[in-house]
Write a protein that binds this ligand. Structure first.
Ligand code: 13P
Length: 255
């Protein structure tokens, strides 16, 4: 069986000053030594990225940007290009977060174009997908996440499988305190695994890590991580507090 190293990333969204970001990053860096069996990342706001990268550069802490523009440069006021993010020293970029899809009109084609460019720049995309409540209630979950996954991966070679992370975040579970049950999470993750095997081939598809996101907390992480196709978590609110994020990172490995 393919061994996939779990990856847990804290998405800080539009929160934290530079000072707050550095404080949180330092506390996480200091516990990493005891957590060698997982990859740990943080995704601070753009304003703090440069300082945070410098603060954690001697550690294994991953630093991810939350968003990027697809063009390398030009007249796109307020945007940040992939070369600029690589220049900052980030190794990962979150793509297609549901908040970007909902408020900024991002779609699967754009996510696909950005994923190709992020990979070409030597960084790793974290591709976020997930159904809305109305879609789940209409029994369209597999159709929606299947379309999002296939759209995001279109034209990507199997050779990049290990560089890709997929984050399944049911929109109805984000920031609501309503986590998917472990069975609901595994049901969708298992479906996504099957799709990955089909799209990328059995060998490569088995190496892609699939994170769960949506109200992940120290209290529910262990059950989620015990599921065979849950390979990590993308954590919002609970990653803004060092104690709760560290509690998540120290989930029960035997559960
Ligand atoms: P919460 O953990 O706050 O529900 O957010 C999840 C999320 O959107 C992470 O990207």
């Amino acid at each position: 069986m393919t061994q996939r190293k779990p990856i847990i990333i804290g998405n800080w969204k539009m929160n934290c000053t530079i000072a707050e970001s550095l404080d949180l990053a330092s506390k996480l860096r200091d516990v990493l030594g005891g957590l060698r069996d997982i990859e740990v990342g943080i995704s601070p706001p753009f304003t703090a990225l440069s300082e945070v990268v410098k603060r954690v550069q001697d550690s294994d802490l991953i630093v991810a940007a939350q968003h990027c523009h697809v063009e390398d440069g030009g007249a796109f006021t307020g945007e940040t290009s992939i070369p600029m993010i690589a220049d900052l020293g980030c190794s990962h970029v979150l793509l297609g977060h549901s908040e970007r899809r909902q408020y900024f009109g991002e779609d699967d084609r754009g996510v696909n174009a950005k994923a190709k460019k992020v990979l070409a720049a030597g960084m790793r995309p974290v591709i976020c997908i997930g159904e809305r409540l109305s879609e789940r209630e209409a029994n369209q979950t597999f159709e929606v996440v299947g379309r999002q996954l296939a759209g995001a991966l279109e034209g990507l070679p199997a050779s990049v499988a290990e560089q890709i992370v997929v984050a399944y975040e049911p929109v109805w579970a984000i920031g609501t305190g309503k986590t998917a049950s472990t069975a609901q999470a595994q049901e969708v993750h298992g479906f996504l695994r099957g799709q990955l095997l089909e799209i990328l081939g059995a060998e490569a598809g088995a190496t892609v890590r699939i994170q769960y996101g949506g109200s992940v907390k120290p209290e529910n992480i262990s059950g989620l991580m015990a599921q065979p196709d849950v390979d990590g978590a993308l954590v919002g609110g609970a990653s803004l507090n060092a104690e709760s994020f560290i509690g998540i990172l120290k989930y029960d490995r035997q559960a």
